[in-house]
Design a protein around this ligand. Structure first.
Ligand code: ATP
Length: 340
């Protein structure tokens, strides 16, 4: 494994920001640290960079323990949320900064900077100052500055947060391509599940200082191991009385289960060919979801969200409907049971 983190703990006063955090990352992978605000993502990133000292635990990079290695010696590139470009330096000077600190020869720096400016698509803008650049351009410069010294690991703290929605989407595709092209092992922090799913090879889900799950976006989406993960990634309804639903009578009262909208069909009474497999429910809300209607239906006290195609006859609030549930995730003791 290229990066290995073992049992990292960090408290700020009596607040435990990291609790026994352990994970490993393969070489060249782009990994998202995903979790709600305050779940400890940035603390993990800062401990990896050496900007924060863990209370206990070990960090290995390429098999070498870096616990006692100074930040500057860890060969880590860091892209900050607010770019942190030097205001008084041009694009070229910003990108070359890390190499200058390392006392690399002037002509070597110049060549590397030219190469990177072309790589990030900003040829012609090398003499501009940060205030003369757009948010997306600044972020590209911050990226180039971080990778200029050829770091072993690239860490990015909410790299898209300060950028408006449309450019953000373009920039994240761009960043993913760049990172894969360069083959640099990278970790980025985000609280946006869509961003993590879109960009990352693997996702590490954090919650209250702990890691809830690590896996590919597909694994995390299809096989969430905790109700928190199921709820945080993708749409879902959490219920504790699934035993009242047709086909799931064996589920005990008070056990948390999750139903994803794509595993529910909601239709007019009589619309399904196998009515005995359906539950009766009442439509409580209808919203327009772009390509479909989003419908909240009350089935024996369970509030479930499902979609209905725009092609089908629209349903009405208050209407009695049939509900067919195809899949239920049950979280009982260790692991998740998928009932179908
Ligand atoms: P966000 O998305 O809001 O940045 P995060 O998941 O990255 O959240 P962290 O920044 O790691 O979370 O913070 C985790 C918790 O630790 C927060 O409650 C924060 O207030 C606290 N914390 C972080 N750094 C410090 C510090 N230097 N001193 C005191 N508390 C801190």
């Amino acid at each position: 494994m290229y990066i290995e983190v073992k049992n990292l703990n960090k408290s700020f006063g009596s607040f435990r920001a990291s609790k026994n955090v352990s994970f490993s990352i393969e070489k060249g992978n782009l990994v998202a640290l995903l979790g709600p605000s305050g779940s400890g993502k940035t603390t993990i990133l800062r401990m990896l960079a050496g900007l924060e000292v863990p209370d206990s635990g070990d960090i290995f990079i390429q098999g070498k323990c870096v616990n006692d290695t100074a930040p500057g010696e860890r060969e880590i590139g860091f892209v900050f949320q607010n770019y942190a470009l030097f205001r008084h330096m041009t694009v070229a000077e910003n990108i070359g900064f890390g190499l200058q600190v390392k006392k690399v020869k002037k002509d070597v720096i110049q060549k590397r900077v030219e190469e990177l400016i072309s790589l990030i698509g900003l040829t012609g803008l090398e003499k501009r100052y940060p205030h003369q650049l757009s948010g997306g351009q600044k972020q590209r410069v911050a990226f180039a500055r971080a990778i200029a010294p050829n770091p072993s690991v690239l860490l990015l703290d909410e790299p898209f947060a300060a950028i408006d929605a449309k450019v953000r989407k373009e920039l994240r595709t761009w960043l993913k391509e760049m990172i894969h092209k360069l083959g640099v092992t990278s970790i980025f922090v985000t609280h946006d599940q869509e961003e993590a799913i879109d960009v990352a090879d693997e996702i590490i889900v954090t919650n209250q200082g702990s890691i809830e799950q690590k896996g590919t976006p597909v694994e995390i989406y299809k096989y969430p191991v905790t109700p928190f993960v199921a709820h945080f990634i993708g749409e879902s309804s959490i219920i504790e009385n699934a035993g009242v639903l047709k086909g799931f009578q064996a589920t005990k009262e008070g056990i948390k289960s999750v139903i994803r909208p794509e595993f529910i069909e909601i239709g007019r009474i009589g619309e399904f060919s196998n009515p005995s497999a359906t539950d009766k429910g009442v439509v409580s809300q209808i919203g327009f979801h772009g390509s479909s209607w989003e419908i909240i239906v009350d089935v024996k006290g369970c509030k479930l969200t499902g979609y209905r195609s725009l092609e089908k006859e629209p349903l009405q609030v208050g209407e009695e409907v049939s509900v067919l549930i195809h899949r239920l995730y049950v979280f009982e003791g260790e692991g998740t049971k998928i009932l179908e």
